[in-house]
Structure formats: C-alpha cells, structure tokens
Design a binder for this molecule. Structure first.
Ligand code: R5P
Length: 293
C-alpha cells in the first residue's frame, strides 16, 4: 500500500503553461493508435481542438426525464449543431437516423436506477455492439469515493483494454455522490485516477475555484459536464470559464435541452466553445436566435 502519511498540500500546477502536444492536436493523445486518433478527431474539432457533445443518455438510469420524453421531437432538431451525441444504444437504434454524420459516444455502463444505489453499475453493452454501431467512444461512469468505487473503476479499465484492442476510445464520466464535496481537490483526484488508468478523455464538473488545476493535472482532455439546469447566462459563463481554463469542450445535456429555446442555446454554447465568444455576447446570440423562433 502506498504510504499516505506526510502527503504535501502545496503543489505547483503550472496552470499558465499548457502541456505540450506533439504531432496530434489533442492533449496527451499523440501516442495513441490511428483508429483511436481518428475517432477522437470526429469528436473534437481539429481546428478548435474542442467539442460540443450533447448528452442525452439520462434515461439509462432515470427514465424519461424532462426534455427527453420524446427524443425524436425534442432532440433530433438539435443534432446539426452538436459535434457529438452521447446516448444509449436503445435511443440510437430506435430514434436516430443512421444517415447522420454526427459522431456517437455510446453509454456502455449501466445496471443501476434512481430507485437504488447509483454506483452499482456494470458494463452493460458488449464491445461488438460499439463496433457494429460505429461509435467514436464508449462512456463509462466512474464513482470515485462512491460505494461501488472499485467496481466502477474496473468497469472503466476493462473498456479501456477492450477498446484499445479495437481502436475505440473510452470516456470516463466522473460521478459525484450527493454527500461529497464538489471541489477542485476532489476532481483532481477523480480525473487523475481515470487518466492514469487509461481513459482517453474525461467528463467532469466545473468548479468555481481552481478549475485550472483540475485540467492542468489531468494529462488527457477534459470535457465539462453540464449538470442541473441553471439560467442560460450562468450556463454560458460556466462553459466559457471551463474552456478558458483548459477544458477541451463541453458535454451538456439539461442546460441545452431543458432551455426555453434549445436550438438557440446549443448554438450559443457552440460559439462559446469553438469561437471563444464571451458569455454576454453568447447570451445576445441566444436571445436573437430565440426571437427568430
Ligand atoms: C450521468 O451522469 C450522465 O452522464 C448524464 O446522463 C448526462 O450525461 C448528464 O448531462 P447533464 O448533467 O449535462 O444533463
């Protein structure tokens, strides 16, 4: 067991000095195989180096949540503005037209519901399904500090091993238990564990204080999780701060599809992520697009 006595608190994250990336545009990804790089380049825009992922996988543990009652009606109109859709194979096969050119990140962990302990997940999709569905990454929930922490970490490492065999990246999604502190120290821990154990990129929450230390200490790309619905300006500000502090984009759900004007909101988020538009200008864009109906 590692000696945890005497761990020093003072750390230097060199937040003003981005990690060097040789050859391939994505942080920490240069030594990956061609197929994995090619799939990542379909998720992350090679020009901006960032992504707008639209997360609509909520139903896998919470059923038809607000805004996702009818994916065909509410979500398909948003697809042209997303770089990537994050969803389950059930929704992909039943609702999403196979003619889409959007990249797909497939939710592959599952087995828990909001009625029981959420961290009690397993791998719920065979690798052959990911290959058959031509997905660009597989998403696994990781519950650092959760009741089934080890099980969820091993779910993730298994998918990294299998995905590496077939050239499919793994996205580790850091889930936070209700009673846990959501601070930079926790997310440094969670993201670094996922990266050290092989995740190709990581979805994690934004924190007001020291988010740049979370991105700096994670050697692979981080995408910001959206979280519960907040006012549009706040969501745009959070996305702006996250990318300015080193996130390689966002993976947002409710703050887009629960907005009063989801098509306008996703375009405003795109402007923040890909064009560095300020939150105030992005809110103007949102209101203008909303006004056009
Ligand atoms: C669970 O934690 C999932 O990843 C969610 O279903 C989803 O991706 C969360 O998106 P948001 O918090 O932006 O609604």
């Amino acid at each position: 067991m590692a000696d945890t006595d005497g761990i020093k608190e003072a750390k230097n994250f060199y937040t003003d000095r981005p990690q060097e990336t040789e050859g391939f545009f994505l942080k920490g990804s240069n030594s990956l195989d061609w197929g994995i790089k090619n799939r990542l380049a379909r998720i992350f825009n090679p020009v901006s180096g960032r992504t707008v992922m639209l997360a609509i996988d909520h139903g896998y543990f919470q059923g038809p949540t607000t805004g996702l009652e009818r994916v065909d009606i509410n979500i398909l109109p948003l697809m042209p503005y997303a770089d990537t859709l994050m969803l389950t194979r059930g929704i992909l096969r039943s609702v999403v037209p196979p003619s889409t050119s959007r990249s797909i990140v497939l939710r592959v962990s599952g087995g828990a519901s909001i009625l029981k302990e959420l961290s009690n997940e397993d791998i719920a999709v065979d690798i052959e399904e990911s290959i058959r569905l031509n997905v660009c990454a597989m998403a696994v929930q990781v519950f650092i500090g959760g009741e089934y922490e080890k099980q969820s970490i091993i779910n993730m490492t298994r998918m990294v091993d299998i995905g590496n065999r077939y050239g499919i990246p793994t996205l580790a999604v850091t889930a936070v238990g209700k009673d846990m502190a959501r601070d930079a120290k926790y997310f440094q821990l969670a993201c670094r564990i996922c990266a050290e154990l092989g995740a190709h990129y990581i979805k994690t929450y934004y924190v007001e204080k020291d988010f740049d230390t979370v991105t700096a200490s994670c050697p692979v790309p981080i995408v910001m999780a959206g979280g519960k619905k907040i006012p549009e300006l706040d969501a745009l500000t959070m996305a702006y701060n996250a990318v300015q502090q080193g996130a390689s984009g966002v993976d947002m759900g409710r703050n887009i599809f629960q907005s009063d004007a989801p098509v306008a909101m996703i375009q405003a988020v795109r402007a923040v992520v890909h064009d560095n538009m300020t939150p105030a200008a992005a809110l103007d864009l949102y209101n203008t697009l909303k006004g056009r109906g």
